[in-house]
Design a protein around this ligand. Sequence first.
Ligand code: FAD
Length: 382
Amino acid sequence: MKNSAEIVIIGAGISGCSIAYNLAKKGVKNIVVIEKNYICSGSTGRCGAGVRMQWGTEMNCKIGKKSIEFYENANEILEYKRDVEFKQSGYLLIADTDKEIKQFKKNIEVQHVCGIPSKMLSLEEAKEIVPYLNTNLLKGAAFCEKDGFLNPFHTTDAFYSAAKKLGVEFNTFTEVTGIKVEKNKVVGVETDKGHIATNCVVNATNGFSKKISEMVEVDIPVYSERHQILVTEPVEPMQGPMVMSFGLNLYVQQSPHGSFIMGRGDANEPRDLRITSSWHFIEEMAKTIDDILPPISKLRVIRQWAGLYNMTPDKQPIYDKAENIEGFYMAVGFSGHGFMFGPITGVVMSEMILGEKPTIDVSMLNLNRFKTGNLLLEPSVV
Ligand code: FAD
């Protein structure tokens, strides 16, 4: 491991790998990434890996659209031979209240301004896309054919491999235990394998971001929350798009090899670093699926697991640098959409660190918004 670096990035999930790649591509020479487990061992390797343009705020629509445009060409851009497996089979957003339908219509107006090809669907049209959808409980749906999902392991590996090729040093199974600050300026990072002198640190640790920020006494209003997910036995292809409901806090997709992957939020999940699985999740998931997509509830579950959502008060990320500690940057608090924001996280953080003009104005995702109350009110989050 190097003992000095221009920039140290903590965490090698989609965010850390994308930030490392973008900085290296812009010519930064001495970048070190520290990961306490293996690449993609955090939430990134535990997620549904869905990506969508269908958001309700202009900024999120722009981030979603740019991310998807990147993912469409990720194999070529990152010179990745194994394929990130982007399946652009759409997101079918289902609504079970009139209020939600009204919100979808408003969202679509914003999406169209951003050039996103989304549309409202009647229940009959939704059934044409997913024939076994039980529409009895539903009011309508929205659809965007450009949305989809990827293989999160290959995608992260693609960023990791490209960054490595550009000279980034990755240290896995190495834990950051402290950050050294002198006169309000970052001067080094302590790890369980030794010290690295540096004046620039990026916190890309998602579920562990509060602990890392505490090392420099920067208080960030985030907490981590368990989210569970399961995979069924594989069956013949029967569902194209991701089916998602904000009201029921649910998403379901069929992976290319036939298994269904599905998850569901629950307000009673523990708010700590636990990633154990519960029987309660299986039971509730089965009930919800039986209501919405009945044939899928007959499939056998072969595995379930959990990961962390890193939550902020407005469920939107923090892209910022600390006001009082020079050289401390944060890309944290992604709630349930840090994977889909991954390509843009790397772009905007590298621009911030290098003092460049931002590709997308993400200044409203500053840390100070939680003090001023200037929150980003995004209606379409799970
Ligand atoms: P992580 O992938 O969590 O990486 C952080 C890394 O930091 C970890 O590898 C960890 O080991 C490392 N680390 C922590 N502390 C230290 C330390 N002290 N020293 C060194 N390393 C450290 N998002 C989507 O966009 N679409 C989805 O469909 C989706 N579905 C999801 C489903 C589930 C069940 C879950 C849990 C999440 C889902 N998400 C989804 C959210 C998404 O997974 C996260 O927002 C995203 O992966 C965050 O990426 P990251 O790189 O910031 O963090």
